[in-house]
Write a protein that binds this ligand. Structure first.
Ligand SMILES: [Zn+2]
Length: 241
């Protein structure tokens, strides 16, 4: 008995072709075309079947509750931007990628979770990736996106993969959404320190809420959706190379 019959082969072939078309198209996307790309991608995953073990990904929207994080222009609060984008990433994974990834958020509401509890979730779930979402702030007019990885010298930890993941996300988000790409930086942030030994871990600074243009950007729901989709595609590309 054949494992794949003719019908199966047809389905797989359609899936491959649609994926190629969609991924090629994504390289030229403008934020306003996001809805169309979502439709295309959804078609791909309807045709495809997830035969692999799911990657477990923890998305960590920074701050929450009484900890607002940075407060920027037009009273945009970092904690709100991070939560909206995290929820949208999870939603798109569900409706667009047909739950390709086993995704969790460290918070689903405007509540403050301790840094050690955020790391603990990664440990409890035996997560494959940990992605913390933040916005930057500056007294100057600085703008653009950064990704941070832990500044350890320990060669056994997942630094190389963390850098690759960060670059994959920056390539999808910063460039295609029109943000300045500030690159991958190193820092001793607690959530990175506590996760990087076990899994590739990054902290994304998704733009400066203190910059008028970038604060305005996060006020529009279509932009929240575009940023979430870009981060999701960065994760997807990294895990499917
Ligand atoms: Zn922050």
């Amino acid at each position: 008995m054949f494992l794949f019959d003719a019908n199966w082969y047809q389905i797989l072939l359609k899936f491959e072709v649609l994926m190629l078309i969609t991924l090629k198209f994504w390289k030229w996307i403008k934020p306003k075309n996001v809805s169309f790309v979502i439709l295309l991608l959804k078609m791909c995953f309807i045709f495809g079947q997830d035969l692999q073990t799911k990657n477990v990904i923890v998305i960590d929207p920074g701050h929450g509750g009484k900890d607002t994080g940075a407060i920027g222009k037009n009273k945009v609060q970092e904690k709100d931007v991070a939560l909206c984008i995290a929820k949208e990433i999870l939603r798109l994974n569900k409706i667009l990628l047909n739950d390709k990834f086993d995704m969790y958020s460290t918070r689903y509401n405007d509540t403050l979770i301790s840094l050690s509890d955020r790391s603990r979730l990664g440990k409890t779930l035996k997560a494959d990736l940990f992605v913390s979402l933040h916005c930057n702030a500056s007294a100057t007019s600085s703008k653009g996106m950064d990704v941070y990885v832990h500044n350890t010298n320990n060669e056994e930890v997942h630094i190389k993969n963390s850098i690759a993941l960060g670059l994959s996300i920056l390539n999808e988000s910063a460039l295609k959404l029109g943000f300045k790409k500030r690159g991958v930086q190193f820092a001793n942030f607690q959530v990175l320190r506590e996760n990087t030994t076990y899994r590739p871990s990054i902290l994304i600074e998704m733009g400066f809420v203190t910059n008028t243009d970038e604060a305005d950007y996060f006020l529009k729901s279509k932009n929240i959706r575009a940023m979430a989709l870009a981060i999701l595609m960065g994760l997807y590309n990294h895990l499917n190379i």
